[in-house]
Design a protein around this ligand. Structure first.
Ligand SMILES: Nc1ncnc2c1ncn2[C@@H]1O[C@H](COP(=O)(O)OP(=O)(O)OP(=O)(O)O)[C@@H](O)[C@H]1O
Ligand SMILES: [Mg+2]
Length: 251
């Protein structure tokens, strides 16, 4: 029997495998994420974190196994992919704002173009979202006139404007100067506390400890260990995870 709807995870990866040439990047990944969960994905460089995120929203096609989002198969070749992706917000290390548009126009664009929202409604929603991310006064600014931290907060507002069911973050603070990291993490923390389902690839282990429900540690394309942050930091079971934690703590 299939799960009842309430018990169904929002995201599910079942025996997902992905290679580039003969390099196995994801190897038998099984992962289920419930609605409302905030999950941090950790692991060393090259372990497959970004590839896993990209498989979740169908930017990357899996070789075998399957990815489900809200019970539907995520398949980059299928007709449903555009509709599924519209419900998944993604925030990258690089903000990728449209440089020739104002901040407000950046945030309004997808709701108007993709969802067919009336421009006036999209505009007032965009203004609200700028309040949420703490920079209401920047509505008419050009992206180039904002700090990195402000640009990243606009990128988050832009993703939220689509009313996503899931937010994916791929090292959202890695390109930021240290003094701007906090303001972006604070926005993400508030989102998580507000019940947004989030998968966050980050090296910010303070954020992981404080905000996330679960840490998924991947190594060599496999989920080596997962659990609540307290357990992970205090008593990681696998040697690779312990090594990772030691490096971070003694960094
Ligand atoms: N399009 C691609 N073609 C070939 N190899 C790729 C491609 N994308 C990723 N890889 C390789 O797959 C492996 C995993 O990459 P991925 O970007 O998922 O790692 P990551 O854990 O996100 O690393 P980082 O912490 O450096 O961002 C790496 O060895 C990478 O070089
Ligand atoms: Mg990466």
């Amino acid at each position: 029997m299939p799960n009842s709807e309430a018990a169904e995870p929002l995201v599910e990866l079942r025996d997902v495998r992905k290679s580039f040439g003969d390099h196995v990047v994801l190897d038998e990944i099984d992962l289920a994420i419930d609605a409302g969960e905030a999950v941090v994905v950790a692991g060393v460089s090259g372990s497959g974190k970004s590839t896993m995120l990209r498989c979740i929203n169908g930017l990357e096609e899996v070789d075998s196994g399957e990815v489900l989002f809200a019970g539907e198969r995520v398949d980059p070749r299928s007709k449903s992919i555009g509709r599924l992706r519209a419900d998944i917000g993604m925030v990258f290390q690089q903000f990728n704002l449209f440089p020739h548009m104002t901040v407000l126009e950046n945030i309004m664009l997808a709701p108007v173009k993709v969802r067919g929202v009336e421009p006036a409604a999209a505009r007032s929603r965009a203004q609200e979202l700028l309040e949420t991310v703490g920079i209401p006064e920047k509505a008419d600014a050009a992206p180039a006139d904002l700090s990195g931290g402000q640009q990243q907060r606009v990128a988050i507002a832009r993703a939220l404007a689509m009313d996503p069911k899931l937010m994916l973050f791929d090292e959202p603070t890695s390109a930021l100067d240290p003094e701007m990291i906090r303001e972006v993490l604070d926005v993400m923390r508030d989102l998580a506390r507000g019940g947004m389902t989030m998968v966050v690839v980050t090296h910010e282990m303070g954020f992981a400890r404080e905000v996330c429900d679960r840490i998924v540690f991947i190594d060599g394309g496999q989920i080596v260990e997962q659990g609540p942050p307290d357990e992970f930091f205090a008593a990681a079971k696998s040697p690779r995870a312990r090594e990772f934690v030691d490096k971070i703590i003694h960094h």
